[in-house]
Design a protein around this ligand. Structure first.
Ligand code: GLN
Length: 249
């Protein structure tokens, strides 16, 4: 195969770029694209978009991979890594001790933390973890937001497949607050003014979390390739550029 492509390049019928593209191996990326601004589907173009998506595209390019996205539920990502149906998960995934028992995380790439969305009329009532004791909290299944909610005394937890479903439940008064990643709440408020009408983000960060891309335990080849690209992207300004594109200053 390789010899055939090399011959084509030598004969001048194939460009070097086309040659490397033809040889590029697939990087099977699992994602749950309902987590803007980290990953979402652009409904107009049907394209994967977001900070994580740009990051993995660049990381793949720097290592000669062609990205192949796999759209799956958030709680299906780690199982998919374990069975090998994906190589890496790109999903705003927080590095946790429990997850580290099952998968290896590449170096942390984004500092995050949980925050609260509430209805405007209860803005002065539900403003921290303490005030939510015994209340109903909407979360996304299998997330660190759900884990955090479980630490609140007497809380009744409603788990949804996506944060958007949790926000809707809050709006419909099915719950008193949503706990999810701070930038996701902020982005939702700004980019979906109609859906977010009557909802407000509390100016609080409940914990300190770091996002990382997990790979199958023992896949040091991919881990090292990703880490080298992350390091280079921080050094050459690519990371800062993408950060600015998605989060502003
Ligand atoms: N950061 C949270 C977690 O890792 C939520 C991620 C997500 O919903 N995509 O659990």
């Amino acid at each position: 195969m390789k010899a055939k492509f090399l011959a084509a390049v030598a004969a001048g019928v194939m460009s070097v770029t086309a040659f490397s593209a033809a040889l590029a191996k697939d990087l099977n990326v699992g994602t749950h694209p309902v987590f803007a601004p980290f990953e979402y589907m652009d409904t107009k173009t049907n394209q994967y978009k977001g900070f994580d998506i740009d990051m993995i595209r660049e990381i793949a390019k720097r290592n000669g991979y062609k990205v192949k996205f796999h759209n799956m539920g958030f709680d299906g990502l780690i199982p998919a890594l374990l069975t090998g149906s994906i190589d890496i998960a790109v999903a705003g995934m927080t590095i946790t001790e429990a997850r580290k028992q099952k998968v290896d995380f590449c170096d942390p790439y984004y500092q995050a933390g949980q925050s609260l969305m509430v209805r405007a009329e209860s803005k002065n009532v539900y403003k921290d973890a303490k005030s939510l004791e015994g209340r109903t909290i909407a979360v996304q299944i299998g997330t660190t937001g759900a884990d955090f909610a479980k630490t609140i005394k007497g809380a009744n937890i409603k788990a949804f497949n996506t944060s958007a479903d949790a926000f809707l439940d809050l709006k419909m008064k099915g719950s008193d607050a949503v706990i999810t990643d701070r930038p996701v709440i902020g982005y939702f408020v700004v980019s979906n003014p109609r859906a977010a009408k009557g909802l407000v983000q509390q100016p609080i960060v409940l914990d300190d979390e770091w996002f990382g891309f997990p790979v199958k335990k023992g896949n040091t080849k991919l881990l090292n390739e990703v880490n080298a690209a992350l390091k280079a992207m921080k050094e050459d300004g690519t990371y800062a550029k993408l950060h600015k594109k998605w989060f502003g200053n």
